[in-house]
Design a binder for this molecule. Sequence first.
Ligand SMILES: Nc1nc2c(ncn2[C@@H]2O[C@H](COP(=O)(O)OP(=O)(O)O)[C@@H](O)[C@H]2O)c(=O)[nH]1
Ligand SMILES: [Mg+2]
Length: 291
Amino acid sequence: MFERFRAKIKSIFTSRKIDEAFFEELEDTLIEGDLGARLTDEVIETLRAEAKAERATTVEDLQKLMKQILSPYVKAGDTNLVPGGLNVFLVLGVNGVGKTTSIAKMASWYRQEGSKVLLAAADTFRAAAVDQLDIHAKRLDMRIVKQSTGSDPGAVVYDALTTALAQGDDLILADTAGRMHNKENLMKELQKIDKIIAGRGIPRERYKKLIVIDATTGQNGLSQALLFNSAVQLDGVILSKYDSAAKGGALVQIGQQLGLPILFTMTGETYADIHPFDKEEFLDALVGMGD
Ligand SMILES: Nc1nc2c(ncn2[C@@H]2O[C@H](COP(=O)(O)OP(=O)(O)O)[C@@H](O)[C@H]2O)c(=O)[nH]1
Ligand SMILES: [Mg+2]
């Protein structure tokens, strides 16, 4: 998990004097790691001040301080379903980030936990999208609600809700489009789906709007989260493609600006490549601790 960035930051923290050159190199690396200029400035300034105040001289002291500084911006989300009724996860994000793949992994995860899961193929915009989810449904031997390409995604979600409520399901995982003719159309469509779910009486605590962020996309991750959040208030993040090329800094920015918790990290292409977000491990990697 983001080995490349971790190695870089580790090398800065390893066996050297804590001097001006150190802080400059750390600053460059954090910017490269997609922490953004503003947050990087803040981290470096706080680190300088606290290192001085606490007379931190060793690299371990500094790594611990940096972890403390970043900690408030990184939250692990609760992955447990709320028992006693239907939960709905509306999975959002731009094209290609890993929505459909993440849904398949979560479907497998929650079924293993003993939950009754229903898939909803509400990305009706792209021709291949319904088929893609359908293939996962077949492989996983899981129920899916779908209509043809171009049909109303709100209607698919409505149908899925009717089916799930009638069958006493625990969870609907709803796929959505990541692109339409334009951004405004997409956001309007998502708002419509959002209203339909709320209108069917799914209480807020059972309904999660989750954005999938590709851990290798960097700064864009923040603007994507801001965009979707302004259309439909988001509840959490799923971090996909969290492997060697990933950096993770964008996630800290999302945490700082939107306070969103992270539920899962996804690391590969098999159904087992899903992990509840581990805050300690993430922060350790971000400051070059651990291995
Ligand atoms: N390595 C890796 N690849 C992923 C992951 N999630 C998705 N992918 C790949 O990324 C591409 C886009 O994924 P998809 O689920 O179709 O994205 P969507 O457009 O958001 O639904 C596919 O080739 C997936 O196999 C992940 O966690 N790790
Ligand atoms: Mg998809």
